[in-house]
Design a protein around this ligand. Structure first.
Ligand SMILES: [Fe+2]
Length: 343
């Protein structure tokens, strides 16, 4: 953790909690597991107190039964210990805000809905300090992603093309557009620091996705070396072809032995202007979530597996951010050859 002192971390978390509108007298719960970054727990605790919040720290047993490594994958079930603890759940439901410092977060879990449904806002934080600091959100980010989500909501068709040969059309009708902006400041809102992206959950799509060399496969946290061609029909991956990386994906789908894994999940584009595509190459894999890749401004991020609005709940979830794509909503470009267009 070079150049980040304890005081730096307290200041960093104070700025973030201010963005999340943590105020005097609010109930703030810092949620962790035994292997969470203890320096984050301490810094967040101090930052919350500086803002006048009533701070309480809860540590739950770690562990998760997912088929993938459960540390910072973005695919996991979160801590199953929460599912088994009505006491912990009621604590989180009673908080104004939960700062989630567990390694995997609760993004795809049923517990999350119960917590947010009680009006608690929740912010997930798992990346290294330099990644957090570089991508500290601004209040303006929220307006930008909301504009993108509104465009998706009013749109009928998302079209993605690339020089490499991507030609995908996704149906935006009833696709539940949403966003992440790194700020959880509304009651019942979940967000992730760092993340700035717009996304939708198309129920169907067709065409071809060509994952080019230099694109990224998550949660494997690897850079693609040779092209992968996915043939999509009815929102399902019908064929995977290409070289060695295509073989890797074929093996992933074969090993998963899970029909739900072969469907497309959320898709959208990144707006995180200070993201670093090479962060993943510079850190130990378990130490970072890879949000630089997921949120990079002008990427096209698509994913496979779970689809909560079509009752698909598999944990076989890939996030695949791609560079150099053109993304259009009903013919209006929001990303042009990998360059973000401000709405
Ligand atoms: Fe995802």
């Amino acid at each position: 953790m070079p150049n980040f002192t304890a005081a730096d971390l307290v200041e960093l978390f104070r700025q973030e909690l201010e963005l999340c509108k943590v105020t005097q007298g609010e109930e703030l719960v810092i949620l962790s597991e035994p292997s969470s970054r203890s320096e984050y727990v301490e810094a967040a605790f101090a930052a919350g107190q500086q803002l006048g919040a009533r701070v309480l720290q809860a540590t739950l047993p770690g562990g998760s039964p997912v088929p993938l490594p459960s540390s910072r994958t973005g695919s996991g079930a979160g801590l199953t210990s929460l599912d088994d603890s009505p006491l912990a759940l009621s604590l989180l439901q009673g908080a104004d805000m939960v700062l989630d410092l567990t390694n995997e977060g609760f993004i795809h879990t049923e517990s999350l809905g119960k917590i947010l449904g009680a009006g608690t806002r929740m912010l997930f934080v798992a990346d290294p300090p330099e990644v957090l600091a570089r991508n500290l959100p601004t209040p303006e980010d929220k307006a930008l992603v909301k504009a993108g989500a509104a465009l998706l909501k009013s749109g009928g068709e998302l079209r993605v093309t690339s020089k490499s040969g991507t030609e995908l059309v996704a149906d935006l009708v009833d696709s539940h557009p949403g966003f992440q902006c790194g700020i959880a400041d509304d009651p019942g809102r979940w967000d992730h620091w760092p993340s700035t992206m717009v996304l939708a959950w198309p129920k169907t799509s067709q065409g071809r996705i060509v994952i080019a060399s230099g694109d990224i496969l998550l949660p494997f946290k690897t850079y693609v070396r040779d092209e992968i061609v996915l043939t999509i029909e009815g929102g399902r991956i019908m064929d995977v072809s290409g070289g060695g990386d295509a073989r890797l994906l074929q093996i992933f789908f074969d090993d998963a032995d899970d029909e739900e894994a072969r469907f497309l999940s959320h898709m959208g584009w990144g707006l995180m202007t200070r993201a670093d595509w090479f962060a993943m190459a510079l850190y130990d894999r378990e130490s970072l979530m890879g949000m630089d890749a997921r949120g990079l401004a002008g990427n096209f991020l698509f994913s496979t597996g779970p689809h909560p609005f079509m009752d698909r709940h598999t944990y076989n979830h890939l996030d695949i951010p791609m560079r150099g794509c053109t993304v259009e909503v009903d013919g209006r470009a929001v990303v042009d050859a990998g360059r973000l267009i401000e709405l």
